[in-house]
Design a protein around this ligand. Sequence first.
Ligand SMILES: [Mn+2]
Length: 473
Amino acid sequence: MAEQKPVKIMETVLRDAHQSLIATRMPTEKMLPIVEKMDKVGYHAVECWGGATFDASLRFLKEDPWDRLRKLRDGFKNTKLQMLFRGQNILGYRPYADDVVDSFVEKSIANGIDIIRIFDCLNDLRNLQEAVNATNKVKKQEGRGHAQVALSYTLGDAYTMEYWTDMAKKIEEMGADSICIKDMAGLLVPYKASELISAMKSVTKLPIQLHTHYTSGVASMTYLKAVEAGVDIIDCAISPFALGTSQPATEVMVETFKGTPYDTGYDQNILAEIADYFRPYRDECLASGLLNPKVMGVDIKTLLYQVPGGMLSNMVSQLKEQNAEDKYYDVLREIPEVRKDLGEPPLVTPSSQIVGTQAVFNVLMGERYKMATKETKAVLRGEYGQTVKPMSQEIIDKVIPGEKRITCRPADLIENEMDKLENEMKEWKQQDEDVLSYALFPQVATDFFKYRQAQQEKVDMGVADTKNGAYPV
Ligand SMILES: [Mn+2]
């Protein structure tokens, strides 16, 4: 009999699936009633925090993301909770000082996170080291915490098998507990996945997790080949929130491996009950327009142009604003050129926006780099880190002539900033975590703190029934 090697599944419905399909708008109250059931499946982990959930909670849902995490932690008694973390950018859009990274990691684990998936948009491992160190430090003290380093998967001359295996070795050396291949645009095709996983498995003992999106239509086949090649964990979403720009469906992958050495052992009846719970919500989202049927199909353009779906829709709206929709294909051709000028980075937040916007400028201005964005300049100065390939000297000379470029780890130039941040927001502080919310989104968090206080004051105005413990707000 073949050796049993059950594949593990991370369920994404509470994070990436709703981020990818309904703009991260699932509120905590929609999650809590199903947690007890989800806890019975035996998932490797449930991804439920980080990425855009933090921003969306504060900005649109008027929820404290920390409070969501504590509630989920209370409910999930047996299942590990996972989050997505943008390296030195944490969950925000700028690089932070190391003390903010340390504090965020520490508070994430203290409030309930087990596994932190850390990535960088340039795959510059120096931007991940502090978050890995911070996780390992907490792990040593508390016995809880797992640092997973994610490589942003992309295509291009520089991204050879040697590049990926070399990165795998470096990730092991830097003290990570596992590796993720993060294919945000669905570019990894099935036979390439076999090759990639086999190659990486041959150089590292660390568990390997594969993350992809259904956008280009190949994702479940990619998982099949990756599992056969020895991948340990795959990211899936329960069927009502699967496919399209989300992940392959959990139940389908479970059924695929049933009776094979890779059998997950998960109970389809429990999964069916979870799907039953989410299906009416999906219908609700379709009816309200929150879930656009357009994101449910196969978008083969992502394979043709190697551009993530979100980036294409941004580009279309930028062109529309300028009444220049006829320039769509010119911009599509310009994107790989800009990417090359900037050292051929993966296209993932924020490099995807930087490259996309610059490509639009280059086409609309009729001259390349006649105007460069603030972010393009920062990339050229090295402020986001080091790219795999050198950046174009010609473009550097044109855009930032004579300016100083940095080659060190960008965060080495950022002074510790926790004290300053706390000072700026101390009138709103009700918990230590509030300082971190403010650090990431100063304006949005302040608006939330005001809202929270108004809610609390309404209670003080005499509507509270303190005797019976009722605080109607
Ligand atoms: Mn994703």
